[in-house]
Design a binder for this molecule. Structure first.
Ligand code: HEC
Length: 304
């Protein structure tokens, strides 16, 4: 699914109805991918770059060489939950990278909301406090192999240009400490600005739909869109048809908990979600099914 999304990005199909904040970065992510994935020799690495954006506008783009000179690289070994073994990476300390990227912006970075965007459509919202937490690193080289990277994930892709890794044992849970690979851009953007059409407007704070929305933000939006806002690894769960319009509730709940009992796919299991959590997610989907937003959606559907 990740590989497919990358192909779609490269083909330029995925840009259509994305909000203006995303289409620009998708385009520049494509540019980065052309240099980053064409070759993984150290010569090509000099051309790898990371983009920094604020509220949809580009702040700067820094090459790997500039980042290395500015923040200094480290090499270390760590057990990696996606490779499922000990890996050795050359990596840049994430907090220093973020500070360098947004240098001169006169902002309390830990108070900002960020979005991490990968070349394959993976889009992770993350709070400044988590992003700046000690132990986060942007790996740019897989030291275990002679050139390039050992392939990662269900689609066995290269994680280049950057793979976010966390160094401490207590940072190994990928729900709390996401690890996007093919990372191409770091953006400062309030959640509502990046994903305006995912908000269940009019629902009371503390209602099941609002609680479901909080879960969706934290655990699902990195792969799924609602009303075309969000990740593109999995299907949009609201348009053209909401998941609650074509699947029975019991099936949706057990699918979310353990998708592999339905079909072989790359949707991860969510065994930690309680019955109440699942009901809240369904309440959120029901609420959003009354709040559809899909300008010109059918056109993109045909193009794919
Ligand atoms: C790592 C990416 C990823 C995450 C995280 C993820 N999903 Fe998925 N999801 C997928 C993919 C990929 C599919 C499509 C699987 C297929 O077609 O077989 C999918 C399918 C689904 C479907 C079935 C859609 C259909 O029409 O059959 C539902 C419902 C769903 N996801 C809900 C969720 C919810 C709720 C969460 C958060 C608790 C979540 N997903 C988190 C990747 C993800």
């Amino acid at each position: 699914m990740r590989a497919l999304a990358l192909v779609l990005l490269l083909a330029g199909c995925a840009e259509g109805p994305a909000p203006s904040t995303t289409s620009g970065s998708a385009a520049s992510a494509v540019a980065a991918s052309a240099t980053a994935t064409a070759s993984a020799t150290s010569g090509a690495q000099a051309r790898v770059s990371l983009e920094f954006k604020r509220d949809g506008k580009r702040v700067r783009s820094l090459s790997l060489a500039e980042l290395e000179a500015g923040v200094g690289a480290e090499t270390f070994s760590v057990v990696d939950p996606y490779y499922n073994k000990k890996k050795t990476f050359a990596a840049l300390p994430l907090a220093a990278v973020v500070k360098r990227g947004f240098d001169g912006q006169d902002l309390a970075l830990e108070k900002q909301h960020f979005v991490l965007r990968a070349l394959d459509g993976y889009t992770v919202p993350i709070d400044g406090t988590r992003l700046l937490e000690a132990g986060g690193f942007l790996a740019f080289d897989d030291v275990d192999v002679d050139s390039g990277w050992e392939p990662i994930g269900p689609q066995q892709v290269s994680p280049a240009p950057f793979y976010l890794v966390w160094r401490k044992d207590e940072q190994r849970d990928t729900t709390t400490h996401p690890r996007p690979w093919q990372l191409a851009a770091i953006e400062i953007s309030p959640f509502e600005a990046s994903f305006p059409h995912t908000v269940p407007e009019g629902e009371q704070e503390g209602s099941p739909a609002r609680l479901g929305f909080a879960l969706f933000r934290e655990q699902c939006i990195r792969c799924h869109a609602i009303n075309r806002d969000g990740g593109r690894i999995g299907p949009d769960l609201n348009v053209p048809q909401s998941i609650v319009e074509y699947r029975p509730v019991a099936q949706i709940k057990s699918y979310i908990k353990n998708p592999l009992t339905f079909r072989y796919s790359t949707m991860p299991a969510h065994p930690h979600l309680s019955e109440q959590n699942l009901d809240q997610l369904v309440a959120y989907f029901r609420s959003m099914s009354q709040r559809k937003h899909d300008p010109g959606g059918a056109k993109e559907g045909t193009a794919h």
